[in-house]
Design a protein around this ligand. Sequence first.
Ligand code: FMN
Length: 385
Amino acid sequence: MPSRRHVLALLAATPFAASCAGNLPDPAAAWRDPSAGETDPRRHALAHAILAPNPHNRQPWLIDLVGEDELVLHADLERLLPATDPYDRQIILGCGAFLELLDLAARANGRHAEITLWPEGEPQPRLDQRAVAHVRLIAEATAKDALFDHILARRTNREPFSDRAVDEATLTAIANDALAQTPSEGASGPPAPLRIDWTRSPDQLAALRALAWNGFDTECATPAAYQESVDLMRIGRAEIARHRDGIALEGPMIEFARTVGLLNHRVLADTSNRFTRDGINAWRPLAEGAPAYVWMASLENTRAAQIAAGRAYARLNLAATARGLAMHPWSQTLQEYPEMAELYAEAERLAGARQGETVQMLARVGYGETIRPAPRRGLSEHIRA
Ligand SMILES: Cc1cc2nc3c(=O)[nH]c(=O)nc-3n(C[C@H](O)[C@H](O)[C@H](O)COP(=O)(O)O)c2cc1C
């Protein structure tokens, strides 16, 4: 029988090891010296932007290079998450995170990124063919933002965190860094303000821990939502290297279980399978042992506001990295499908959402071990023209 530790390894979305599988591409290659050999400032910025956090590691970014100094970002409509993200809100947050890293990298390279959001209007209620952003890089004397230096070390850390408390001053500092962004303007002007907050009392922490776990458990019990994740699980090194996206399941036990037929997508999809059930339950102590939760709420939920939230989340994650703090989003209760409606309302209540506010992100924070980077498909997969 597999040990608890092994079961945890089985279903935890573990980061990919730096090693390659046979002749397949190296999933960690994009993280090593991203701008090496890039002479076009746009490619320099984009090579950093593709390292942005993004839901289920879909990397839904398509780029057209236009003229000498412009580019257009489109969302890849083949890479949406319709079951868990029916209005594409989270995918757009991932586009915001991409634009933030692009902006940080441009500034570090002596360019101002002039970002115009939704130049053809905001798509509602779903994304469509219209561009997410038009970007022009303008050479000028720019000051490097210190967060740029943490792009390569930033991670989503799904490991257990130590019980070391996260102090108020650290949380205040990362929230301030996150909100000190240059706002990009949407078709209707600058986005409405964003608020970042965190757990302040033992009662609130207990309630958020329970909420995070209940959301995870509810997603696993909702067939369409759970299946969407299962379809994106990459089992073992070869599958991870082939796709370089999604949820990577990796490690010696995974390879063994896959080889002997104990682990495949059919087994993962069957939540009545004891092995799968144990794997799901292994996430519970992560939610319930979190030393703190942090969240982000915006006054509006326009597409421009979602981009702003994504930009701020990328900065929050980078600012945490700068202070040795690990971060792990728990988005299940913020997802807009009927089976989650009750927990969604509970998340709004616990986050103190005011009238009209939308909770855009919820994440556990704490101190964890250093982990390897998640796969990336590489810049050439994103540039379509
Ligand atoms: C909008 C958004 C929602 C996310 N939700 C979750 C989540 O619920 N659970 C999780 O483990 N990671 C979540 N993530 C993190 C992504 O899975 C992660 O960014 C991606 O796998 C790439 O890994 P990296 O951040 O280490 O580069 C989310 C990220 C974003 C931007």
